[in-house]
Ligand binder design. Structure first.
Ligand code: MLT
Length: 272
């Protein structure tokens, strides 16, 4: 694995890890984490593929200029990395907020998207209620409430029935989340509030879509996602029991297999 970095005016530090060689899979992390949540999955996929794991601007080692960010900016950061690596085509898979960026990438650069992976993620926009909740959280961050917010939020990302047995994983995930600064947390929530409905993208495009869904996901409920899995022309749908919103940490072997099957299909299709 190599740690790499590029720099632009908008993204002074754009840090990413690159593993293996072959056809490319990009793995984007969710809110408010960093690329390291994909370590186990990336190492395994790298036996067959080139795997690129960015820190989304504002996360991990990556930064962005100014105060604002959109999911399209996140997609642009992926484009910059692919260009820097001279890659013209990749599977773009994202976890939750990373999926909002992945589908923005597929929308803006369909010719570069061999497949779209929605890992515990949705093509629908926020409901008004969700937007209101996020605005309240933004006020809380501004008042210095980040730490209690994150300590309460992170355990709820994991399936309730399994939390007790995975305290170390929850603690480690909490530590990563606590490293994200207030400016980034606020920018991420505004990016999610402002993202458009991308269900039409699914309906109008020929890009195959992978859905990884946790039956106990409390962030994006199972039934809301199942409704979206018939929109695209080709859908690979995997639902997992004993899994909440964090499949790559809760059921990593299953998520690796899901991505492998999907990638084999996408690249067979491309090379026909
Ligand atoms: C994430 O895991 O990236 C976020 O929980 C997504 C969201 O809040 O919609």
């Amino acid at each position: 694995m190599d740690n790499k970095c590029i720099s632009t005016e908008k993204f002074p530090v754009l840090s990413y890890r690159i593993y293996g060689d072959g056809n490319t899979i990009v793995l984007l992390h969710g809110f408010p984490l960093d690329g390291s949540i994909w370590n186990e999955v990336a190492e395994e996929l790298a036996n067959e593929y080139r795997v690129i794991v960015p820190d989304i601007p504002g996360s991990g080692a990556s930064t962005f200029a100014g105060e604002e960010l959109s999911v399209e900016d996140m997609a642009e950061s992926v484009l910059l990395i692919l260009k820097a690596e001279s890659i013209d085509n990749a599977i773009i898979a994202g976890h939750s907020m990373g999926g909002y960026a992945a589908i923005a990438f597929a929308d803006l650069h369909p010719e570069m998207t061999a497949g779209l992976g929605m890992i515990h993620s949705s093509a629908a926009p926020d409901t008004e209620e969700k937007k209101e909740q996020r605005r309240k959280s933004i006020e809380l961050f501004k008042k210095g409430g980040k730490n209690p917010f994150i300590k309460q939020m992170v355990p709820n990302l994991f399936a309730s029935g399994s939390r007790q047995g995975i305290n170390d994983t929850i603690d480690k995930t909490t530590e990563i989340a606590l490293l994200t600064d207030n400016k980034s947390l606020i920018a991420f929530y505004n990016a999610m509030i402002n993202r458009p409905d991308r269900r039409p993208t699914l309906k109008s495009s020929d890009i195959p879509v992978l859905w990884v869904i946790g039956e106990e996901d409390e962030v994006i409920p199972h039934k809301n996602l199942i409704q979206q899995t018939s929109h695209a022309n080709v859908n690979f749908v995997y639902t997992h029991s004993n899994c909440g919103h964090m499949g790559m940490l809760e059921v990593p072997e299953a998520v690796i297999e899901d991505i492998q099957s999907f990638a084999a299909y996408c690249y067979r299709l491309k090379n026909k």
